[in-house]
Write a protein that binds this ligand. Structure first.
Ligand code: NAD
Length: 509
């Protein structure tokens, strides 16, 4: 794999503008962000971030573009998204490799992320002919009542580092077919993935002679605050930590804007005494160490029945012993680096807190040094025996640290699963139908995602994705998540020659 060729094909240069209105790249005076690869510590390139002047130019262009885009018939907007999906197919190998190199996830996961982008484009194309509203029966004679869905305007997408391309595509594909224009602010930890995506999008916009402002890119943390306050943005779709999500939610609600919030998780798998333990080991292992524990759906807690606890943890410890840690672009490795040295520091501080709070390590952690680990971002996945109420267990630590704990009956297990502030993904491994159904019932998991005999990690684009409580309550991707990107309007039409009022009210002169 020749990284230099990949970067060239994706339009990445040594120094890049981080501001684009579509096909045009704007000069900007914001600070310069350097992108280092966590794989080997090398500089991949720099990005000049968006200053206030360039931000203003992007927003004005987006406002103008919306006036045209909202009048393009939805199926024609769908055709543009179809072409974007085709362009992604063409660049899948290159973009997947860049995701792996800049973010540090395995090449297979990088490619999988681009596949998700392609899949959501396909989904959105079909959706562009299915933005259905309901028709209701009016209580008044010769009246017709129905609802329709209209575009909202500028949809701003703020994304996290761990899914540097897919989260943007989930939002953009849907928002575009709904008739909105999009402005993307990616994580400053993965800015080059965003620049590459914008180049791919630009090809489609150019080929169709579309106006500037339909799909724009801005970069740099200050843009987040500018958007939170900007009344021209009716919807901010935010993916990131609960800490920042709380700031965004409060600021946007303060101006009566809308948000879609996709925040942190603290996901658990219940391992029943009736589980297929072999399958459960695989589910728990991938969930906990995949993407080096940096998925919002990563498995953080295993709640294990006391009768199988010793057997299951012994199998898991053995499996951890076989993990190969190293370059994520080498398919023989299972675990790549975490994103940067700050993430390593967070991991180490979490390990200290586990010890202080009486946790006991079944597999010890630590930072790897030496040949192949020069970036300083490679850490050992570890397992700690804890109790659910420990302060550190109640938090999301974005690293490959797995907590194990015991339970006696299913009600206790469900209580433990629910007894954290977050509510994203959850799972039960069991062959017992009663337990499985109880877990999925109203008395069961309180999460946005609840699985049976599948781990917590990863999701298909066809379902609505998101979680409850401190995970923010937003939904993205499949099912009817598109409704979050449109405004609903109820219409009543009177085709009689009288004007009856609702609820039988009389108002005669
Ligand atoms: P983060 O909260 O640090 O950053 C997310 C984004 O917010 C970045 O683009 C950042 O630049 C921006 N930002 C920072 N300050 C801002 C402000 N004041 N206003 C607006 N935007 C601001 O998160 P991260 O470290 O990049 O990502 C990890 C977190 O994201 C984890 O908590 C993870 O669970 C969560 N996540 C959630 C989902 C989900 O779908 N629920 C998906 C992926 C990641």
């Amino acid at each position: 794999m020749h990284l230099k060729d990949i970067l060239t094909r994706l339009g990445i240069e040594a120094n890049n503008s981080g501001t684009s209105t579509g096909t045009k790249w704007l000069p900007a005076q914001g600070s310069v962000v350097t992108s280092y690869s966590p794989v080997n510590g090398a500089v991949i390139g720099t990005v000049q971030t968006t200053d206030e002047h360039a931000y203003e130019a992007v927003m004005q262009q987006a406002q103008q573009a919306f006036l045209q885009w909202r009048n393009v018939p939805a199926p024609k907007r769908g055709d543009i998204v179809r072409q974007f999906g085709d362009a992604l197919r063409e660049y899948k190998a290159d973009l997947g490799a860049l995701v792996s190199y800049e973010m540090g996830k395995s090449l297979q996961e990088g490619l999988g992320e681009v596949q998700e982008m392609i899949d959501i484009c396909d989904f959105a194309v079909g959706l562009s002919r299915q933005l259905y509203g309901l028709t209701m029966h009016s209580e008044r004679p010769n009246h017709r009542m129905y609802e329709q869905w209209h575009p909202m305007g500028i949809v701003s997408i703020i994304s996290a580092f761990n899914f540097p391309v897919a989260v943007w595509a989930w939002n953009t594909a849907l928002a575009l077919v709904c008739g909105n224009v999009c402005v993307w602010k990616p994580s400053s930890k993965t800015p080059l993935c965003a620049v590459a995506c914008q180049h791919i999008m630009a090809k489609v916009l150019k080929a169709n002679d579309l106006p500037e402002g339909i799909s724009s890119l801005i970069t740099g943390n200050p843009c987040g605050n500018l958007m939170n306050q900007d009344k021209r943005i009716p919807l901010i779709s935010f993916t990131g930590s609960t800490r920042v999500g709380r700031l965004v939610a409060a600021a946007v609600a303060g101006r009566f804007g809308k948000t879609i919030l996709e925040l942190g998780g603290n996901n658990a798998i219940i391992i029943s005494k009736d589980a297929d333990l072999e399958m459960s080991v695989i589910g728990a292992l991938f969930g906990a160490v995949g993407t080096a524990g940096q998925r919002c759906t990563s498995t953080r807690r295993l709640i294990i029945h006391k009768d199988v606890y010793n057997d299951f943890t012994a199998r898991l410890v053995k499996a951890y012993g076989q993990l190969k840690i190293g370059d994520p672009l080498d398919e023989n490795n299972h675990v790549g680096p975490v994103i940067d040295k700050d993430a390593v520091a967070t991991y180490l501080s979490c390990i200290e807190k586990i010890k202080q709070q009486s946790g006991r390590f079944l597999v010890e952690g630590g930072v790897l040094n030496g040949l192949g680990f020069e970036s300083g971002c490679y850490v050992k996945p570890c397992i700690a025996e804890v109790e659910n109420h420990y302060e550190i267990v109640q938090e999301e630590t974005f690293a490959p640290i797995l907590y194990v704990m015991k339970y006696s009956d299913i009600e206790e297990a469900i209580n433990m699963q629910n007894n954290v502030p977050q509510g994203l993904s959850s799972a039960i491994m069991t062959l017992n139908l009663r337990e499985a159904e109880q877990f999925l019932s109203a008395n069961g998991s309180d999460c946005g995602i609840a699985n049976v005999n599948i781990g917590t990690s990863g999701a298909e684009i066809g379902g609505a994705f998101g979680g409850e409580k401190e995970t923010g309550g937003g939904r993205e991707s499949g099912s009817d998540a598109w409704k979050g990107y449109m405004r609903r309007q109820t219409n009543t039409i009177n085709y009689s020659n009288t004007l009856p009022l609702a609820q039988g009210i009389k108002f005669d002169l």
